[in-house]
Ligand binder design. Structure first.
Ligand code: AQP
Length: 347
């Protein structure tokens, strides 16, 4: 007779989040993710952070660049305040549990659910979707596995990832229901702060993205002060001055974006920023924003460059993080094999 499955009844608070090393990281990744990852670590919660290199290859990546971008991403985490001694920091492919659990979740998730994912639609818009990789389609299932392999309960993310987290909840709930267990927690998205969705500097209706073909659309964490100032000076705006209340920014996405960025960088609310700069023209607001962006980002860029001078040390940190991640994920995934009825008799 099969042994009864022991399942945990309560889950202690644990944070997991990841970033794709699919390009250089942007101001959007910093404000929407990295900055908050460091804050969470400082709240004394278990924090696990991952460079999701297996997600990155859902779109073809040059192998040498992927390696470099993964190291750059690790340097960006550390330079933004994530301490690898206090948080677990590693790259996804070093912990096999992610791919193993993703397969099981592929068998739990329904095609209808995947068909509703807007990120897949956005990433294939204007292209031949038939030619997209199966991995890109299954991306949210791997993301659910990333989170559930650690029984993580909270995931700090930007607004764009909300739908994927809802899918993670659905997969976890269906697994629990199908197997009659309470094995996976139902995760909570943590979407907070003034910059949950930093928009492109060229188009206020599009997310700032590391894979946008236009470098002018984003601020990279590796940009120097001149590049930052030039990009902000050239950022698309409208001819009107800043209003005195947030309502006045309603149909002005580019203006709203610059105000939000200012707010997130200064730790103020968007309403405060508008009140402070009411009536200002962009010709005077933009240099102030550029000055603030340089003040916040240049120490991060300097630290990243210092760390990147020793790639072997970055690899060592990632390896050590992977060992610590594996120690948590392996027993969880082994239990999943047990729950699903797979024989594990190797010694
Ligand atoms: N513009 C953004 N504003 C706020 N948060 C953002 N994030 C990304 N862009 C913004 C947050 O950063 C984390 C890591 O995202 P990711 O790199 O895994 O994937 P993504 O959301 O697809 O980011 P990109 O830059 O758009 O990557 P590509 O171009 O490769 O697809 C997530 O928490 C995300 O919310």
């Amino acid at each position: 007779m099969a042994e009864p499955v022991q399942t945990p009844q309560a889950f202690s608070k644990r944070i997991f989040s990841g970033i794709q090393p699919s390009g250089g990281l942007t101001l959007g990744n910093y404000l929407g993710a990295l900055k908050r990852f460091a804050e969470k670590q400082n709240e004394g919660i278990d924090t696990i952070y991952c460079l999701v290199d297996m997600h990155a290859i859902t779109v073809w990546q040059d192998p040498a660049k992927l390696r470099q971008q993964t190291r750059e991403g690790a340097a960006a985490f550390i330079a933004s305040g994530v301490d690898p001694a206090r948080s677990i920091l590693f790259n996804q492919s070093q912990v096999g549990a992610h791919a193993e659990l993703a397969w099981i979740f592929n068998c739990v998730a329904r095609l209808g659910w995947m068909n509703r994912m807007t990120q897949f639609k956005d990433k294939t818009a204007g292209k031949n979707a038939e030619n997209a990789s199966l991995g890109l389609y299954a991306y949210p299932s791997l993301m659910a596995a990333d989170i559930m392999a650690y029984h993580a309960t909270h995931v700090p993310v930007g607004e764009d990832q909300k739908q994927h987290l809802e899918l993670t909840r659905d997969i976890a709930a269906k697994f629990n229901h199908d197997y009659g267990v309470e094995f996976f927690p139902i995760v909570e998205p943590v979407i907070e702060g003034a910059a949950t969705r930093v928009m492109s500097l060229r188009d206020g209706t599009k997310k700032m993205s590391k894979s946008d073909p236009s470098d002018q659309s984003r601020i990279n964490l590796t940009d120097d002060a001149d590049a930052i100032a030039t990009k902000i000076r050239k950022a698309k705006t409208d001819p009107d001055p800043l209003p005195d209340t947030l309502d006045g920014l309603k149909d002005r996405p580019e203006a709203r974006n610059l105000v939000n960025i200012y707010a997130a960088l200064s730790g103020k609310t968007a309403a405060d920023v508008v009140a402070e700069h009411a009536g200002a023209q962009f010709v005077s607001f933009k240099p102030k924003l550029a000055e603030l962006a340089v003040a916040v980002l240049s120490p991060i860029t300097t630290e990243m460059n210092r760390l990147l001078r020793d790639p072997a040390e970055i690899d060592r940190v990632l390896g050590q993080g992977a060992d610590r991640a594996e120690a948590i994920a392996r027993p969880i995934v082994d239990k999943v094999y047990d729950i699903t009825g797979m024989i594990r008799s190797r010694r």
